[in-house]
Design a protein around this ligand. Sequence first.
Ligand SMILES: Cc1cc2nc3c(=O)[nH]c(=O)nc-3n(C[C@H](O)[C@H](O)[C@H](O)COP(=O)(O)O)c2cc1C
Length: 189
Amino acid sequence: MMTNEVLENIKARRSVRAYTDQPLPEEALVAILEAATYAPSGMHLETWHFTAVANADKLVALNERIKGAFAKSGDKHLQERGHNKAYNCYYHAPALVIVSNETTQWWAGLDCACAIENMFLAACSLGIGSCWINQLGTTCDDPEVRAFLTSIGVPENHKVYGCVALGYADPKVPMREKKIKAGTVTVVR
Ligand SMILES: Cc1cc2nc3c(=O)[nH]c(=O)nc-3n(C[C@H](O)[C@H](O)[C@H](O)COP(=O)(O)O)c2cc1C
């Protein structure tokens, strides 16, 4: 099997769901955000926006609003999360990048996913853990959540397509083994 640093980095990336308190160095966050902006986008429209939050109080405030939206939902499982004091959707990571895009742009979600994977891989190459955080996808239009997003710079005409938690993986929490499903690849020659 051929390999190189890029391929090894792709295979090394895993979703990290437990972080240390160590803050993210500014230059690492800048490099990860730059990697996001280098992702491909349909027709090179680049209508996306990346709102990086590296402030613990603001992240707690955002989590509280997401929980508020869950508490109001008709889904019992989400209601339980909304009322659970310990629930933290970003796993207490020191930074979260909110990835948003125009709702009317056909490639919006696809473009955001490309940028998100670029951030995951850039983070991994720098020894930084990451995880896709999806909870704003369903809650970003809740009035309280939306007001908060607007206050931190998420464009008002944008939907949140995903978020990237970033931080140093807690070494005390072992990584689950990655199992690759067989039969998902076909090669025709
Ligand atoms: C579209 C998408 C949404 C996801 N949402 C979440 C999420 O909200 N919370 C979470 O902990 N992981 C989330 N994940 C991470 C997946 O659970 C994870 O990628 C999968 O279990 C494979 O594990 P790995 O990333 O370690 O290879 C999401 C992944 C994708 C691609």
